[in-house]
Design a protein around this ligand. Structure first.
Ligand code: SF4
Length: 185
């Protein structure tokens, strides 16, 4: 029998398909016999590794442990694509050594103390005000500058466009001249 390459591929495809596909009855029985026991929830989040801010769909179990991460097709930045880095999000989030509270080490102390976020934010605000009050310059020679050179703002990887806009407004309002962002480093 003469069998062309095209015929051979067709026949192989039919044979492989018939081996792999169960009948309708068998498929229905398989589904009925294996119900899902784990509750899995999904939430839209952001990849923390660079300032592109790709959307990630994070699947978690009932205890909040991350089981899977995939690109979010509804996110305008990546439209469902993702590079390999966010596959490490479960390791990052489930790592027992990950810090979950504020740790503070006072000047000259050799110990870290646990503090609340309210305390930390209040402390940062107090220090920004003290530093700005002590270093603010209205003029340099005859030129009006209205700035402090003693405070800098460094944005992080997960800041999105709107975060950066607000950070810029806030910093400029305080007279901060040294303003940078992870994307430019
Ligand atoms: S590290 Fe990759 S996936 Fe994450 S935000 Fe940047 S480009 Fe997107």
């Amino acid at each position: 029998m003469d069998v062309s390459r095209r015929d051979f591929l067709k026949m192989s495809g039919v044979t492989a398909g018939s081996l792999l596909l169960p009948t309708g009855t068998a498929a229905a029985a398989t589904t009925a016999n294996f119900p899902l026991h784990k509750r899995v929830g999904e939430a839209a989040s952001l990849c923390p590794y660079c300032s592109v801010g790709c959307g990630v769909i994070v699947a978690t179990d009932a205890q909040g442990h991350i089981l899977n991460t995939e690109g979010d097709p509804d996110n305008i930045h990546n439209r469902g694509t993702l590079d390999p880095k966010p596959l490490a999000i479960p390791q990052l989030a489930n790592d027992a050594k990950r810090l979950k509270t504020v740790l503070y080490r006072a000047p000259n102390s050799d110990k870290w103390e646990e503090k609340s976020w309210d305390w930390a934010v209040g402390e940062i605000a107090k220090r920004v005000k003290t530093t700005r009050d002590a270093t603010f310059k209205e003029k340099e020679g005859d030129v009006t500058v209205n700035r402090t050179e003693a405070i800098a703002w460094l944005g992080g990887a997960a800041n999105n466009n709107e975060d950066c806009y607000l950070a810029t407004k806030f910093s400029r309002a305080l007279g901060i001249a040294y303003l940078e962002h992870q994307a430019r480093i």
